[in-house]
Design a protein around this ligand. Structure first.
Ligand SMILES: CC(C)(COP(=O)(O)OP(=O)(O)OC[C@H]1O[C@@H](n2cnc3c(N)ncnc32)[C@H](O)[C@@H]1OP(=O)(O)O)[C@@H](O)C(=O)NCCC(=O)NCCS
Length: 439
């Protein structure tokens, strides 16, 4: 894994993408992580793309420390009045993605995709995305992942939302806690202490839920507001849950929005709650639902099967919003399908159409009674008794973490299968996938 992280970070840009952009007078290049002025210009372009204000020296310095491990790409227009500020930006890094069964595979995590509005809709984003996906595939990274600003952007490249995110707004007085009483204790801790503890607690839980990737290092300081450029750091409160043996198995950060007309209707925003075991989960959620003066608790990036909804007396106390969240794009079908476990045995002849010609083809997936899968090329006739499946890379990617039923995709006209029920049973998983943050 370490080697892949390094080779991916240091690898050259894709020649075909560079040539396509050069034909339009544009230069595609890597932005070295140690080039402070170059990094500052790249960051300015990203901030502008995401509607943020100008970056200050403080912002630049903080981001420079934080993004050191990412592979940064820029597209430059040397004829522009500010030629050092890229008109296209893209960042990626190799991160472990947890797949059904509790194992993880290397994924190419993508972020900071922007194109200046002065240069948009000329194929710059497409050239960067296609080039970087080809580069990741060439190095043997089996899947790519990203979270999106708009749902309509990435299906064309073979991505699909594979783990939805649930947001909850819970009316605390109506909800009524009916969950277990955790035996341990909840205590306030400093944000700095939270910053130290949270990565360890996250590591304990990350491989228990399909869809999670490693938390990018800089996110911890952003959540704890321990970065030098953090706005209103004092607004964030940090708590921990410790079991009877004193071991800290849960942490959370939150902030409060006061209601000046009626203090008892103030709102608590839970920014992140990490629980390494069931006691920590119950202990911390109970703490939030029973906070004094709080009429509503809001939390997001939760899972579709969030146990919290079964720990309150009145489920209609919760307003639930579901959104597409963790997008996955399978690059290497055999490597990806062999890595995960499955819900039921079966033999499937998969005909996968890849819009970018990266990972498509015909494959036989054999899943044994223990849920382990083996993939071989499908040559000639389909094996006797195999379920024949025709689908695109986006549909395979949507199924990959068990976040949607193959039956739903078949009804939606997104795939065809000679036995949809068998396909749905095999690709199903007993827990909804989740990704607890944005990147
Ligand atoms: C989204 C963004 C990167 C697109 O860049 P771009 O260079 O204009 O995109 P391209 O010209 O390469 O277009 C590629 C394809 O996406 C489509 N597309 C571009 N922007 C789109 C949008 N906002 N909604 C739907 N489709 C869009 C194009 O029509 C084109 O389709 P096609 O190639 O299948 O015909 C750019 O508009 C941007 O920076 N937006 C603000 C920041 C942002 O939201 N970034 C995405 C973060 S996840």
């Amino acid at each position: 894994m370490d080697d892949l992280v390094r080779t991916h970070h240091d690898g050259p840009v894709d020649g075909a993408a560079a040539a396509a952009l050069a034909d339009r007078g544009l230069r595609l290049t890597r932005v070295p992580n140690d080039d402070r002025p170059g990094f500052g210009s790249w960051l300015d372009a990203v901030a502008r793309g995401f509607l943020d204000g100008e970056r200050s020296d403080l912002h630049r310095a903080a981001a420079f420390e934080r993004l050191g491990q990412r592979r940064l790409i820029g597209v430059f227009d040397d004829s522009a009045p500010e030629p050092t500020v890229p008109v296209g930006t893209f960042a990626s890094w190799v991160s472990e993605l947890t797949v059904p069964g509790g194992t993880s595979i290397p994924s190419c995590a993508i972020s900071s995709v922007t194109v200046a509005p002065t240069h948009h809709r000329r194929g710059i984003a497409r050239a960067m995305m296609e080039g970087e996906l080809r580069a990741a595939d060439a190095l043997g990274v089996p899947v790519a992942v990203l979270t999106v600003s708009e749902s309509t952007l990435y299906g064309r490249y073979g991505f699909a939302s594979a783990a939805a995110a649930v947001s909850l707004r819970i009316e605390t007085r109506r909800a009524g806690w009916t969950g277990p009483a955790a035996p341990g204790r909840v205590d306030f801790i400093s944000r700095e202490r939270w910053r130290e503890l949270a990565p360890q607690v996250h590591e304990r839980g990350r491989t228990r839920r399909a869809g999670e990737i490693e938390m990018p290092g800089g996110h911890w300081d952003r959540l704890a507001r321990t970065r030098p450029d953090a706005e209103d750091p004092g607004k964030v409160r940090a708590v921990q849950y410790a079991g009877l043996d004193g071991d800290v198995t849960g942490v959370a950060v939150y902030s409060v929005e006061e209601n000046h007309d009626d203090f008892t209707k103030s709102i608590a925003h839970v920014h992140l709650l990490l629980a390494g075991d069931d006691d920590a989960y119950a202990g911390l959620w109970r703490f939030f639902l029973q906070l004094d003066l709080i009429g509503e608790v809001r939390a997001s990036e939760l899972s579709l099967d969030e146990p919290l909804l079964w720990m309150i007396a009145d489920q209609r106390a919760a307003v639930i919003t579901v959104r597409d969240h963790q997008y996955v794009r399978v690059l290497d079908v055999p490597a990806a399908l062999t890595a995960r476990r499955y819900g039921a045995a079966g033999v499937f002849a998969l005909d996968v159409a890849d819009p970018l010609g990266i990972g498509g083809g015909r494959w036989v997936l054999r899943v044994d009674a223990d849920g382990a899968g083996a993939v071989s090329p499908w040559e000639g006739d389909a094996p006797e008794g195999a379920v024949r499946v025709q689908l695109g890379t986006a549909e395979l990617s949507a199924l990959y973490l068990g976040g949607v039923s193959a039956a739903a995709l078949a009804t939606a006209g997104r795939l065809r299968a000679s036995d949809v029920v068998a396909l749905a049973r095999t690709f199903a998983w007993h827990e909804s996938p989740r990704l607890s943050f944005w990147y």
